[in-house]
Design a protein around this ligand. Structure first.
Ligand code: RB5
Length: 141
């Protein structure tokens, strides 16, 4: 599966490690950043979200220090459902219930192992539909 991943400086190291950990499972498009030099998270969240919303990629991954800045930016985009995940069970539920198309992770608050488990949960879980479809149909304004 081809997916897009991006981070700011706070998420750079985790982004690089996740690309290596999942190199055999995903064809990653790297939307930056490309070093630990300080950058502004909206400059990475918005381009990635536009590309996911345009169906260029089925899913995206955004990583910053807390995850909140990335999630706030991504969720400004119509048809983007970005979920901030700090535990594998939340990643599972954000797919089952919210049909999330962007996984957001807080690099400063989770270990690399937890991030791997979150990615496993997110990408191995399908949307349940049913009553959840009705709810996500009400998200766009
Ligand atoms: C960068 O210091 C930090 O503010 C950013 O990574 C993120 O946590 C913002 O929400």
């Amino acid at each position: 599966m081809r997916i897009i991943i991006a981070s700011d400086h706070a998420g750079y190291e985790l982004k690089e490690n996740l690309k290596k950990a999942f190199a055999d499972r995903f064809d990653f498009e790297d939307g930056g950043t490309f070093s630990e030099d300080s950058v502004d998270y909206p400059d990475f969240a918005h381009p990635l979200s536009e590309r996911v919303a345009a169906n260029e990629f089925p899913y995206g991954i955004l990583i910053c220090g807390t995850g909140n800045g990335m999630a706030m930016c991504a969720n400004k985009h119509r048809d983007i459902r970005a979920g901030l995940c700090w535990h594998p069970d939340i990643a599972k539920l954000v797919r089952q219930h919210n049909n999330a198309n962007i996984l957001v992770m807080p690099a400063r608050f989770i270990s690399e192992q937890t991030a791997v488990e979150i990615m496993e949960a997110f990408f191995c879980t399908d949307f349940e539909g049913g009553r959840h479809q009705r709810r996500i149909d009400k998200i766009n304004i």
